[in-house]
Design a protein around this ligand. Sequence first.
Ligand code: TGC
Ligand code: FAD
Length: 392
Amino acid sequence: MAIRFRGVDFLEFDSQLTDEERLVRDTTRKFIEDNLIPIIEECNRAGRFPRELVKPMADLGFYGASLKGYGCAGMSNVEYGLVMQELERGDSGIRSFVSVHSSLAMYPIYAFGSEEQKQTWLPVMQKGEKIGCFGLTEPDFGSNPGGMRTRARRSGKEYVLNGEKMWITSGSISNVAVIWAKVEDEDNKIRGFLVETDRPGFRAEDIHGKWSLRASVTSSLSLQDVRVPESNLLPKTEGLKSPLMCLSQARYGIGWGGVGAAMACYDCALQYSLFRKQFRDQPIASHQLVQEKLAWMISEITKAQFLVLQVGRLKDKDKATPEHISMAKRNNVWMALECARMARDILGANGVADEYPIFRHMANLESVKTYEGTHDIHTLIIGQSVTGIDAF
Ligand code: TGC
Ligand code: FAD
């Protein structure tokens, strides 16, 4: 039986939003309902990224949505967060695509780029005509990116890059990769480079066999003596702090995305529990143990909504710290994964079938729990913040 999403608002969350914020949320929700929901299970089965949605998402202003100028929508952080929530309500892979393109490719150009780099890339990326990816993780350095081996060496008016990047969202469909490398001539300081993906020596290969984020492209990147002009260096990048600043943008969006995925699972399980009957011809929603799961889910979703809204309000005042964002990412993705597991349980055998979205969300959320800083790395970031002691 087809279940249509009805939205989730237990504690008058909507009353905390402005008319403009609700409009952004509702527009995105309708876009996902009309364009992604009808195709997402097919995409997930086939392991296909729905490329046909790239342009329509650009038309709605989703790319670089919170950036100002260069054709970007200039949304507030809360509006941007609500977009992420609704995208991930559809599928984490679609949210991933928009997050990476916006927060990890457009944002570093915006924050660390020269005016020429911004003029060259941001308008075409906003229109979805050029796609970007973010190469930080390497085969041997995931949680600890500071150990990276990728190197840039100066050669006249060029830099020569060598290294391997792993698990790169949108790697093989990108036109430009933001590559983080240690610059040999600058005491191995980490800096960012814009690398056009058609340069000789650059190769992107997709990672196959993923049981998660199947509608998102994930690639490994290889750079062998890739030469870029010195004007491709992002001039304001200064050490590991620069990619971590980008991650703060993307992790913030994931905090909202977790709410979206959890809402999808909860609402589906609630509707299912009201029509599915077991024992004395009663809906399973009438059993106390099922109600306990639904009560847990709606309580955690509600707490998560207010957590990420507060982080968003702080971010709009430029007061959100990395540890605030870690709390939103860590809590909300954990909460969403727990909701997905409980919702799967409530659907019984139907919970493992792709007639319903729950198992797909559950499998996706396993990746979301790991990327952008694992759950445990965020635990340590919060721990460091409250104790002052680095336990990495
Ligand atoms: P540490 O010494 O702590 O920090 C270096 C400098 O950076 C500053 N900093 C931050 N600045 C802004 N935002 C943040 N979130 C920041 N975190 C730290 C810090 O203050 C310091 O500044 P300064 O001025 O003293 O130099 O660095 P560390 O090497 O000890 O590492 C800390 C740690 C473990 C927290 C960090 O390495 C980390 O976050 N690791 C996790 C790696 C990660 O998240 N990778 C994500 C890769 S991209 C991805 O997954 C995309 S998936 C997207 C999708 O598909 O949606
Ligand atoms: P590891 O760092 O090897 O960690 C393994 C386990 O050890 C985890 O449980 C971790 O919490 C734990 N651990 C590690 N260190 C500590 C410690 N000090 N204390 C306690 N526990 C610890 N990266 C990019 O750069 N760009 C992308 O676009 C991108 N997209 C991705 C898309 C997908 C689908 C996935 C799955 C990953 C993506 N990543 C991307 C990589 C992602 O950021 C890393 O997977 C993540 O940072 C974790 O690194 P790792 O997988 O190497 O795990």
